[in-house]
Design a protein around this ligand. Structure first.
Ligand SMILES: CC(C)(COP(=O)(O)OP(=O)(O)OC[C@H]1O[C@@H](n2cnc3c(N)ncnc32)[C@H](O)[C@@H]1OP(=O)(O)O)[C@@H](O)C(=O)NCCC(=O)NCCS
Length: 241
């Protein structure tokens, strides 16, 4: 089962190809420097709410502190998840082959958009799935989506000790203002191009297809496991997640 897709499986240029005429102050493209594979990132809807909660509750106290700026307990996570507005904001996720949500990003739009629409980015990756650039890829995807819906400024609030998140945002060209323990980063996004729209469309389709394949593979594993049990042999039977 593929968890990642080679870039050559789709024909449009990788995201990040900012036109040459783009202003200097806009997002740098070097966030894609290891862009030889496409991680299947899909947009999540209402029916993923419980899994998002499960994902966040799997974070330890330290990670919760980094993610929310305070060590959120399970009740506070439930409140946050119940308050997610899938109509207004965008939530992205990465599922592993067992359909465990291993990474989640939240792109929250600022309410008072005005002439300079902005959004804020928050992300978490399960400890066992870190260091595979999932955080970086989610940031890229959020940048792409934000551009496509006309957002021109992306904010990220990072605790100053959060080296991994600072690296992700810095690689993308964010500018930071440090205020004690907290650092606020912002990134000016260039306007969307046709390529940017097409890339997101293709990536979303591939991620949806990838999810369906994983779903069917899991159902097949369950069926085989049940058949195996019915026939009396339990050796090698796979546990469901
Ligand atoms: C921050 C977080 C999302 C990073 O996820 P990830 O998938 O492991 O990140 P990536 O693999 O894309 O790595 C990003 C960069 O950080 C670096 N990095 C990863 N872990 C690091 C660590 N513990 N210390 C220093 N740098 C680290 C990577 O080497 C990479 O840098 P590079 O591209 O220059 O090589 C993840 O650690 C996490 O979920 N933390 C808890 C929640 C949180 O902090 N959220 C961010 C606040 S919004």
């Amino acid at each position: 089962m593929f968890d990642i897709l080679p870039r050559h499986l789709y024909s449009v240029a990788p995201f990040g190809a900012v036109p040459a005429a783009a202003p200097q102050a806009t997002a740098q493209t070097n966030v894609s420097r290891k862009a030889d594979v496409l991680v299947p990132i899909r947009s999540l809807g209402e029916n993923h709410r419980a899994r998002i909660a499960r994902h966040l509750k799997a974070l330890d106290v330290h990670d919760r502190y980094f993610r929310f700026g305070f060590a959120a307990n399970d009740e506070q996570i439930d409140r946050y998840v119940n308050g997610l507005n899938f109509e207004r904001d965008e939530i992205f996720g990465i599922y592993n082959r067992n359909l465990v949500l291993i990474a989640v990003a939240h792109l929250a739009y600022a309410p008072d958009t005005g002439a300079n629409p902005s959004a804020e980015f928050g992300v978490s990756v399960l400890a066992q799935a870190r260091g595979r650039l999932y955080g970086t890829r989610l940031f890229e995807r959020a940048m792409m989506h934000a551009r496509n819906v006309g957002v021109n400024r992306l904010y990220v609030h990072v605790l100053s000790e959060n080296a991994a998140m600072l690296r992700i945002a810095r690689h993308a060209g964010s500018t930071f203002v440090c205020d004690g323990a907290e650092t606020e980063g912002h990134l000016t996004l260039p306007p969307a191009t046709l390529n940017c729209h097409l890339t997101e469309l293709v990536e979303e389709q591939l991620a949806q297809a990838n999810y369906q394949i994983k779903l069917q593979a899991r159902q097949l594993r369950h069926t085989l496991s049940n058949l195996q049990s019915a026939w009396g042999g339990t050796d090698g039977a796979e546990k469901s997640d």
